[in-house]
Design a protein around this ligand. Sequence first.
Ligand code: PLP
Length: 442
Amino acid sequence: MTHATNGELPRYLELTPKSRSITQEGKHYLPGADTRSSAYWPPYPIVLERGQGCRIWDVDGTERLDFIVSFTTLVLGHSHPQVVAALQSQATRGATFASPTESQYRLAKLLRQRIPSLELLRFTSSGTEATMNCLRAARAFTGRTKIAKAEGGYHGTHDLASVSVRVDPARAGDPRRPASLPSNAGVPQSVVDEVIVFPYNDTQATCQILEAHARELAAVIVEPVLGSGGMVPAEPAFLAMLRELTQRHGIVLIFDEVMSLRAGFHGAQGHYGVTPDMTALGKVIGGGLPVGAFGGKQDIMELYNPTKGPAIAHSGSFQGNPMTMTAGLVTMELITPQVYQRLEALAHRLREGIRAVCAEFEVPVHVTGLGSLYGIHFTGGPVRSYRDVAAADKALAYQVFLGLLNEGIMMHPNLLGCVSLPMTEAEVDHHVEALRTVLARR
Ligand SMILES: Cc1ncc(COP(=O)(O)O)c(C=O)c1O
């Protein structure tokens, strides 16, 4: 990326010499010094030393407010004392075994009680594995092979999910009839051919596309909030249409709630009052340790029942490990409906503050989000879909991202973020002030 940054880049370079030298050296061991595409930005990311509550410190000693917390994972912030204590205690009793521990049943019970669609569930070690299993189960259950997903929808990194995630709109064609395009090299055309792509929040066009393929479709997978695609909430009519259509055609409706669990105590499905057949979870439910979960209707999940075969074997060295289960359980117990209300109020204040500051500087902006999630898009138009997100001013976004880092605010490079429990109005207002400073020197 070679955008003009109006002094933000030189300032960033000045603030981050140690991060620069560590990543320079790291290039000898990791390609481009990176091991996680979403945690890279040019010219190099800050290298972190520690986090506490809603604050992080980099190796150069700079303190920042963390408005992305490992891509929305840590609702309680970094190193919450109760999570740390539970992990310390578990670590002394063993980190991982080849038999279950009670903690996996306790976390499964909590999730089943909280998320309406989860009649039965299983754990994985990532959200990627969770969506992969939802799709496999849907194919096994229906005997069909095609799946449908939204353009711009992110469901992890397995092959079926690597279609039409971040694609060049010019190549993807008509926004109302988006082409299925591989998002990564190495995804075979045979896989791309299995994936039907629909335009997020375009109820009429999506309905037509899905109707045309209904008899071939095993599953429709969708994020109730387009997360890394821009924090764009689904419109209720869109989800209602998906529920009705899939039910009518015997297609498994999968909600990917890996991120949108932040939208409400009962997930986004509780918020919208739409119950899918299957749900994928991750991030928050592991309390900061690697995790995923998937589940849904009993008859689908019975495919995994070992006493009945199983029809689908599903193993993984770290599935249900007691460290993750313990951290997840403590975290989920602490995230009460009141916590959700508080986070929602803080995020509302932040979204309003960002809008007001941009209006002051006459910068066209659309601030999206739901619950504790928010996204900043520099565009005058509405933001309802991937194409709307892609049309926003990316050069200004990069300048603002670096500027916010220089002013002590950490977001995702695409200006996506979230609030977490250790934050107060003061931290939110600090974020808004930092944006004012950055826009003033633009
Ligand atoms: C909606 C959604 N699905 C799936 C995933 C993949 O989860 P993981 O990174 O744990 O593999 C993510 C990760 O950001 C996500 O946001």
